[in-house]
Design a protein around this ligand. Structure first.
Ligand code: ADP
Length: 402
């Protein structure tokens, strides 16, 4: 194959910046890195280049601009072999509202549209915009592409995306369910089809992306028809420190009877709930499993609530899919926790899901494969590759393909 060119990927969160350089065709990673806790005394930059790991402490004054500036300097200097091969830059953007049903080449109009989605993702979209602005200045010669977490779910039918609120809130304020983790769910559906040896149009896949944030998607013939996250990433599953589904009346009760302010509610629902809040120990699944093995009751309870909620969502997605061809687990928990997978599938036996214990235990730590019993619904573990999806979209759009 001729030199295919490489794609530089940026994923800017509220206090983290991830970057990678990938071959969009093979998925091979030439560089990857992550700056964490930006703006604090614990800020740190880790990166892997040519198979070697590096770490550097950052100062609290370091921000996206200085970290990206450092990366640009490296690409102009010791990593110039990578820079000369770059054909595009791909940016992960969390919220594309109703304006983006696919990835897009960034121009002024697109920037305005992304800015208009900031009120739907106030923590995430401004950070992505900042990253795009820096990259536009640093790499003026390269096409830049935005890949939206919400885009994959834009084809959901109205009966799946509407809340039963006054319709004017949708009409006037775009209040509806959007869903997230789109790049991951898209990759999982494509990979599950490949593993089943079927055209994607003939598959009905349930994808369970279980990381610190977690969501499930029902994917019919390659199109998302329902997903568990909503207007924001709070809806749906139990997550590391997010509550997922709640009785909305509970918020009124907390405000009226217990005097919670909006800021306190934000903190409670996003940072103090989920696995962390239930266990009173940790938001980290691995730590909770260890604690559970040592008899910690809160850890067991948190994990039980997590699996039960997940199983209910998987069961519910038999409705839009009718006949499920595969269920796939991904994300840090989905790829590694044999316990969570086993416990979740235990609830689903009446629907034809059964787990093969040995395969379930063996398929962890980056392994991919089938973990169901022969003759039952296929259950896969598939390590997700969101970066690769972004790289592929960026290369496709940069080459002028739509
Ligand atoms: P993020 O959403 O931040 O990208 P990840 O996809 O990295 O999160 O998932 C993080 C979660 O995966 C944590 O709860 C972590 O404990 C869990 N995890 C990672 N490895 C294991 C493991 N070996 N066993 C159980 N859980 C694990």
């Amino acid at each position: 194959m001729p030199n295919p060119g490489l794609v530089l990927i940026f994923n800017c969160g509220s206090s983290t910046l991830k970057f990678a350089v990938l071959n969009p065709f093979s998925g091979e990673e030439h560089l990857s890195g992550q700056a964490d806790a930006l703006g604090s005394s614990g800020a740190v930059l880790k990166w892997r280049h040519d198979g070697e790991d590096h770490v550097r402490q950052l100062s609290p004054s370091d921000d996206f601009e200085s970290v990206m500036g450092g990366l640009v300097d490296k690409l102009d200097g010791p990593w110039s072999d990578l820079k000369t091969r770059l054909v595009a830059i791909g940016h992960r953007v969390v919220h594309g509202g109703e304006q983006f049903a696919d990835s897009v080449l960034i121009d002024q109009e697109v920037l305005v549209a992304i800015r208009s989605c900031c009120e739907l993702a106030p923590l995430h979209n401004p950070a992505a915009l900042q990253g795009i602005q820096v990259a536009l200045i640093a790499f003026p010669q390269l096409p830049q592409i935005a890949v939206f977490d919400t885009a994959f779910h834009q084809g959901m039918p109205d009966y799946a995306y509407l809340y039963a609120l006054p319709y004017r809130l949708y009409r006037e304020h775009h209040i509806r369910r959007y869903g997230m983790h789109g790049s991951s769910h898209r990759y999982i559906a494509e990979r599950a089809a490949e593993l089943q040896g079927k055209p994607i149009t003939e598959t009905n896949v349930i994808s369970a992306h279980l990381g610190n944030g977690a969501s499930v998607a029902a994917i019919k013939g390659g199109q998302s028809v329902d997903t568990s996250m909503g207007l924001t990433p709070l809806e749906g599953l139990v997550m590391g420190s997010r509550c997922g589904d709640l009785d909305p009346g509970l918020l009124l009760h907390l405000g009226e009877a217990l005097d919670y302010s909006l800021a306190e509610l934000e903190q409670l629902l996003n940072r103090e709930s989920g696995l962390f809040g239930l266990s009173e120990l940790s938001n980290d699944c691995r730590e909770l499993e260890e604690a559970m093995e040592n008899g910690h009751k809160g850890a067991r309870l948190a994990l039980e609530v997590f699996c039960y909620r997940l199983a209910k969502y998987i069961a519910a997605y038999s409705i839009p899919l009718r006949r499920v061809s595969a269920l796939a687990f991904t994300g840090g928990i989905g790829e590694n926790s044999a316990w969570v997978r086993h416990r979740t599938i235990h609830w689903l036996s009446a629907l034809g899901y059964q787990i093969n214990r040995e395969r379930n235990e063996a398929t962890r730590f980056g392994a991919e494969g089938l973990i169901s019993k022969a003759g039952t619904v296929d259950i896969f573990v598939i390590p997700t590759r969101e970066d690769w999806v972004i790289a592929r979209d960026a290369a496709r759009l940069a080459s002028g393909e739509r």
